[in-house]
Each structure stands twice: as structure tokens, then as C-alpha cells.
Ligand binder design. Structure first.
Ligand SMILES: [Zn+2]
Length: 162
């Protein structure tokens, strides 16, 4: 990465509530208004839909704190994340009839992390014979409409359960 001296950046940082290191898209999503893709919040963690999903209703469990490493999370943060994971599995079964769920964390670039500075747990609902799901939804417009509709459904269900 090129490093450029940029004094105006200090002003930009000072004018926003977040610090520079908290400026990732997960942090931004958590801070933004109701039409963000955040579908649930509890304690020190939240659930957000993946904008570039592996499958329909692919969500991520995220600690509010901008933390890269699993080993740096507090017990409280881990507990809130696990509670949201449990709830997410239930919501995916009840809302999109998930027949199975994949749960996983990519830690570090070498492990395939797309955003390695803010840890998150992927929760991907699965159905029998769903391997052709993405090609069916390959068109961007279809995905975004689908995403918003699914987002609305998930939010409603989480709200009812939390
Ligand atoms: Zn972050």
C-alpha cells in the first residue's frame, strides 16, 4: 500500500464519530439507519446480511467492536455472538425453510477472509439440491431485490424473537 501524507484526513476523521480503524463496512453498517442490512442486535454483537451472499439469506454474526482476532474477543462478546448464532439458525429455518446451515469463520487472508480486520461468523442456509442457486440469481438486479425482501423477512422474525 502506498503511504501518502494527507493532513486533510485528520480533519475528516475528527469530524466523524468513529475512529479510522473502526471505519470498515461492518462497523459502518452497524451505525447506519434502519434500511441497512443489519437484521438484529443483541448486547455486544449484531447480525447483518451479506451483500454478496453465497446463498439466499446468508448472514454474518459480528462483534460491535472492531476486532480482528477471535482470541481477542471477551467472553461477553463471544457469548452474545453465540446467542445470536443460535437465534440466526432458528430464524433461517423458520423464515427461509433452511434444510441445513453452514457456519464458519475465515481467519486471516490466507484462510480466505474478505475482510480480515473485523472478525465475523458466516451463517449460510442450505437446501437440498441448492448448488445451482447462485447461477439462477446471477443477475445483479435480481439479487438486490431478493436481498431487500429477505432482509425485511429476517428483521421481522428477529424482532419477534428478541
Ligand atoms: Zn469494523
Amino acid at each position: 500500500m502506498d503511504r501518502v501524507w494527507a493532513p486533510w484526513r485528520m480533519e475528516y476523521i475528527a469530524s466523524t464519530k468513529c475512529t479510522e480503524e473502526q471505519g470498515c463496512f461492518l462497523c459502518a453498517g452497524n451505525r447506519s439507519d434502519p434500511d441497512s442490512l443489519v437484521v438484529a442486535k443483541k448486547g455486544k454483537a449484531f447480525v447483518v446480511m451479506n451483500k454478496y451472499p453465497y446463498s439466499n439469506a446468508h448472514v454474518m454474526i459480528v462483534p460491535e467492536r472492531h476486532v480482528a482476532n477471535l482470541e481477542d474477543l471477551t467472553d461477553e462478546e463471544l457469548m452474545d455472538m453465540m446467542k445470536l448464532l443460535k437465534l440466526s439458525v432458528r430464524v433461517l429455518k423458520e423464515t427461509v425453510d433452511a434444510a441445513g446451515v453452514n457456519v464458519g469463520v475465515n481467519m486471516g487472508r490466507a484462510a480466505g477472509a474478505g475482510l480480515e480486520e473485523h472478525i465475523h461468523i458466516h451463517v449460510v442456509p442450505r437446501w437440498f439440491g441448492d448448488t445451482n442457486f447462485m447461477p439462477v440469481l446471477a443477475e445483479t438486479k435480481v439479487i438486490s431485490e431478493h436481498l431487500i425482501e429477505t432482509c425485511r423477512k429476517l428483521k421481522e422474525r428477529f424482532e419477534a424473537l428478541l
